[in-house]
Design a protein around this ligand. Structure first.
Ligand code: SF4
Length: 176
């Protein structure tokens, strides 16, 4: 077994304990009503494009609001830039729970990231980024353009860490 520099089995055990403690303390203070965990939603974002499927970590009701929480782990606290980079995911999630919010009579959807940091002193960071109308328009354009490209059989490889678990990797990357 190998460890990263400065890590030992004991130090990792301590970090894991610290992270779990932060997680437990944070959720012990939450007063909302839990509605769903690992909730799967299929919804149409753009007419004429295929539906999207989202799996949401946590959905809860807080007063008149529906809160959709995505849990993250990170080496350090998220910066403003990192939050902005990840905003699209929460915009998608907000659309995914729009029907649920309507059915439950909850007026506002609050997207939330809960970030557990894995440093020497694990901590929890809660961010509720606000999406603008431009963010929504950009996302819809992206989905629409991607769908059009697929229909025209235009395929541009986008190699990343995801290729490692991709079921299409053999054909896409021409690996044997
Ligand atoms: S292997 Fe999969 S994830 Fe990687 S570029 Fe091809 S389709 Fe995308």
């Amino acid at each position: 077994m190998s460890f990263a520099k400065n890590d030992t089995a004991e130090s990792l055990r301590e970090t894991a304990g610290g992270i779990l403690e932060q997680y437990r303390s944070h959720f012990a203070t939450q007063r909302g009503k839990l509605l769903a965990i690992e909730h799967e939603a299929v919804f149409t974002l753009v007419p004429n494009a295929v539906p999207l499927k989202a799996r949401l970590d946590l959905v809860s009701a807080e007063q008149n609001n529906l809160v959709v929480t995505d849990l993250k782990t990170s080496k350090c606290r998220w910066s403003e830039n990192k939050t902005q980079e990840s905003l699209t995911q929460l915009v998608i999630y907000s659309f995914a729970v729009a029907g649920m919010a309507r059915e439950l009579g909850l007026r506002r959807i609050i997207p939330r990231f809960v970030i557990l940091t894995k440093g020497k002193k694990p901590a929890i960071q809660v961010v509720e980024p606000r999406a603008t109308q431009d963010d929504v328009i950009r996302l819809k354009e992206f989905v629409s353009e991607t769908h059009d490209a697929i229909c025209k059989q235009v395929f541009v490889r986008r190699e990343s860490w995801a290729c490692g678990q991709c079921p299409y990797a053999k054909r896409c990357l021409r690996t044997t």
